[in-house]
Design a protein around this ligand. Structure first.
Ligand SMILES: [Cu+2]
Length: 275
């Protein structure tokens, strides 16, 4: 019965989750997906939930069936076993039904795959380079902004956000389609931001591309991490993205990408709002 109680517990957590766990950063004991900030992540969350309920239904069906078989066909209740070896109807059913289930899942899944993969017409480009061991960000559309390296803050400065918070966030405007070019200077890394539904390998000698567009009203600070085990300081490669309004982004660019006071104050407020 422990299995049943565990399943019930998980379901209770699932239903009560949205009110407690939605945030743009990982939370202690976090269980659910982070709150979606982009259309891709919204779709990913929907697909995840959809497939989740199919899994629940299959699991329950198999459990009930097994339980019934163990009860009804035990040696005590069914001393003379049936000698049936073949049943055409049953064989057809247990081939067709799984095919239908797979088709039901593959259609939304492939649609989403192309939605993620096919780059739309983007408004600006950022370039992300994985080094051993830090991330380097460049804004090829804005030559006045020098590329910069992002390092995690020390424990004392970062507090709860140790190994997430950095000394220089990637700054991007909200409601803008952004192309991300991702590469590496020497070994494999992965640029992953859960709230954006972005995870793309950084491969030396190759440029991978992906895109994201943060939904209107979703300004704030988002966190990710290098998600490809890349060596001894892998843990020192957090990704911090500061999503600002278009106007704020313009003034950030006009300031040659300096971290201005306005930005810093908004930035602190958005961190506090998440806590
Ligand atoms: Cu890495």
């Amino acid at each position: 019965m422990r299995i049943v109680s565990n399943i019930l517990k998980s379901l209770v957590i699932l239903f009560t989750m949205p009110s407690v766990a939605f945030a743009n950063k990982p939370t202690d004991g976090g269980y659910w997906l982070q709150d979606a900030a982009t259309p891709v992540m919204e779709e990913l969350t929907k697909l995840h939930n959809f497939v989740f309920w199919i899994i629940v239904a299959i699991t329950l069906f198999v459990m009930v069936l097994m339980g019934w078989i163990m009860f009804r066909f035990s040696a005590k209740r069914n001393p003379t076993a049936s000698m049936t070896t073949h049943h055409v109807g049953l064989e057809v059913a247990w081939t067709i039904v799984p095919i239908i289930i797979l088709l039901v899942m593959v259609v939304p899944s492939m649609r989403l795959l192309y939605f993620q993969d096919a780059l739309p017409e983007t408004d600006m480009t950022i370039k992300v380079t994985g080094n051993t061991w830090n991330w380097e960000y460049a804004y090829p559309d804005f030559p006045n902004v020098e590329s910069f390296i992002s390092n995690p803050l020390e424990k004392e400065e970062a507090g709860d956000l140790y190994l997430l918070k950095t000394d220089a966030a990637l700054v991007v405007p909200v409601d803008t389609k952004i192309k991300v070019l991702i590469t590496s200077s020497n070994n494999l890394h992965s640029f992953a931001v859960p709230a954006f539904g972005v995870k793309m390998d950084a491969v030396p000698g190759r440029i991978n591309e992906t895109w994201f567009e943060v939904n209107p009203g979703k300004e704030g600070t988002y966190f990710g991490q290098c998600s490809e085990l890349c060596g001894v300081n892998h843990y020192k490669m957090p990704i911090e993205i500061e999503v600002v309004s278009k106007d704020e982004f313009k003034s950030w660019i006009a300031n040659d990408g300096a971290f201005t006071k306005t930005l810093t104050s908004n930035y602190t407020a958005s961190i506090e709002a998440q806590d």
